[in-house]
Write a protein that binds this ligand. Structure first.
Ligand code: AMP
Length: 211
């Protein structure tokens, strides 16, 4: 089944995608990760995206849609869309794209988490610059401060996880991404999952939904 995982920044989309990849025969398309890789590689796409990302704003639809189209064209089956679509225009473009490819989305799973919890998760989040492993200063600290447990890479705070940028990201979510709930309700694909629980409990519910 092809899945959409959506929700506010910090809702746990990346964490749940990681588990689904490890335990199911699925692969993840994370537009945020694709942009971060493009920034690291200093590509034109990365340069365009960085200006928006650093400010906590959404990257324009045309750029995101073009990038996702390229990835889907490489062969798409059992995919998890993590962080895409984030606007109704992106959701409509995705439908058109998938129709052309004779593919469809099975479920759009919305991870529901209260705002105060999101703030805590985002401000405390740290990531490995090298392998992308995700930590939290309180709930999942590294064994040695600033050093990745997996690869010894440098563990840092994402620019857009800094307190001054988080507000803009949450506002962008409310304005542009929240309307996707209605979009996927109308399409009969919407399912909400309480994301404010232990990772494994959230995962178990998602697993039931997709099996
Ligand atoms: P994420 O890692 O999903 O939190 O994404 C980090 C940042 O990448 C977002 O704050 C946006 O600036 C940008 N981004 C990722 N996915 C999208 C998308 N589907 N549409 C617009 N901007 C996006």
């Amino acid at each position: 089944m092809n899945l959409i995982l959506f929700g506010a920044p910090g809702a746990g989309k990346g964490t749940q995608s990681e588990l689904l990849i490890k335990r199911k025969d699925m692969f993840q398309i994370s537009t945020g990760d694709l942009f971060r890789a493009a920034i690291k590689g200093q590509t034109d796409l990365g340069k365009k995206a960085q200006a928006y990302m650093d400010k906590g704003q959404l990257v324009p639809d045309s750029i995101v849609i073009g990038m996702v189209e390229e990835v889907l064209n490489k062969g798409a089956k059992n995919f998890i869309l993590d962080g895409f679509p984030r606007t109704v225009a992106q959701a409509q473009a995705l439908d058109e794209l998938l129709n052309k490819m004779h593919l469809s989305i099975g479920k759009a799973i919305f991870l529901e988490v209260p705002t105060e919890i999101l703030m805590d998760r985002l401000t405390g989040r740290r990531v490995c610059k090298n392998c992308g492993a995700v930590y939290h200063i309180v709930s999942k600290p590294t064994k040695t401060e600033g050093v990745c447990d997996n690869c010894n890479g440098e563990v840092i705070q994402r620019n857009d996880d800094k307190a001054e940028v988080i507000g803009t990201r949450l506002k962008a979510y409310e304005e542009f991404t929240s309307p996707l709930k209605d979009f996927y309700k109308k399409a009969g694909k919407f399912t909400a999952v309480d994301g404010n629980r232990e990772t494994e409990n959230v995962y178990n519910e998602i697993e039931k939904i997709i099996s």
